[in-house]
Ligand binder design. Structure first.
Ligand SMILES: Nc1ncnc2c1ncn2[C@@H]1O[C@H](COP(=O)(O)OP(=O)(O)OP(=O)(O)O)[C@@H](O)[C@H]1O
Length: 250
């Protein structure tokens, strides 16, 4: 099984983006603001109809799937989910179970995602009264309901503190190791370098590079895509990037 994007375009916002993701990989979509990360995730998943090209998951053309079939193929965490009414976290999660064929009972599935995102103490609280980071964890838990083979997340670590940034990235990495294919838009290049198997780097809607992190985060690509230079910290825990603006003298 693999995710294959061939010559994928969406108007002028995405231009001939092609890459392949083997099953069970955590793939980071990176690029500057406006580079096309969200557009790519929406086009990959069939939420935007491409103006050219195609996307295949496990050999199936995404454009041929009915909405219900797509729902059963992937979980999706949007960048800016719409505001929710004053429902409890438990109710909000339960509403995410609609149209999902479950391998276990609904209550077991809810308990699984609650445990994964450590939400046990939030279930009775109104969703809208949670902090931004708490809401993000609940939204990710909802995207994980159904345990579909493909998970698509638009900036899952946005609003999260350092503890939960690492918790979420480790969780995504472990889910990928269990066989889930995961595509995730990220701004934090240190997290992307440390946790992702592959990176897809976009610039002005076009593909600049798609490869393992060390091959993508080169000096030339960082300068071209982000207007930055970087020094690298390499430790036993992994790598981290110390960025500075191109014209800084440090
Ligand atoms: N609904 C829209 N109509 C027209 N242009 C849009 C629309 N949404 C986004 N764009 C434009 O498409 C381009 C890509 O936007 P996109 O949201 O995919 O970028 P992104 O890489 O996800 O950015 P960010 O890091 O800021 O979230 C941008 O130039 C943006 O202004």
């Amino acid at each position: 099984m693999s995710l294959v994007s061939q010559q994928l375009s969406y108007g002028t916002r995405l231009k001939n983006v092609s890459f392949t993701v083997p099953e069970g990989q955590l793939v980071g979509i990176i690029g500057a603001n406006g580079a096309g990360k969200t557009t790519l995730l929406h086009t990959l998943t069939g939420q935007l109809a491409p103006s050219a090209g195609s996307v295949h998951f496990a050999g199936v053309d995404i454009s041929q799937l009915e909405p219900l079939q797509r729902r059963q193929l992937f979980g999706f965490l949007p960048q800016n989910p719409s505001a929710h009414a004053e429902v409890s976290v438990a109710h909000f999660l339960q509403s995410g179970l609609v149209n999902l064929p479950l391998k276990v009972s609904a209550s077991e599935e809810l308990a699984r995602v609650v445990k994964l995102l450590q939400l046990e103490n939030y279930l009775a609280r109104p969703f809208t009264q949670l902090s931004g980071g708490e809401q993000r964890r609940v939204q990710l838990a909802r995207a994980l309901l159904g345990d579909q083979p493909w998970l698509v997340c638009d900036e899952p670590t946005a609003s999260l503190d350092l503890h939960y940034q690492l918790h979420v990235m480790q969780l995504l990495k472990s889910l990928a190791a269990q066989g889930k294919t995961i595509t995730v838009a990220l701004h934090d290049l240190s997290l992307a370098a440390r946790f992702c198997d592959q990176l897809v780097l976009l610039r002005h809607g076009a593909l600049l590079a798609a490869d393992q992190p060390a091959a993508v985060l080169t000096d030339a690509n960082l300068a071209q895509a982000f207007g930055i230079k970087a020094r690298w910290l390499c430790t036993e825990q992994g790598v981290a990037l110390l960025p500075s603006l191109l014209d800084d003298q440090d």
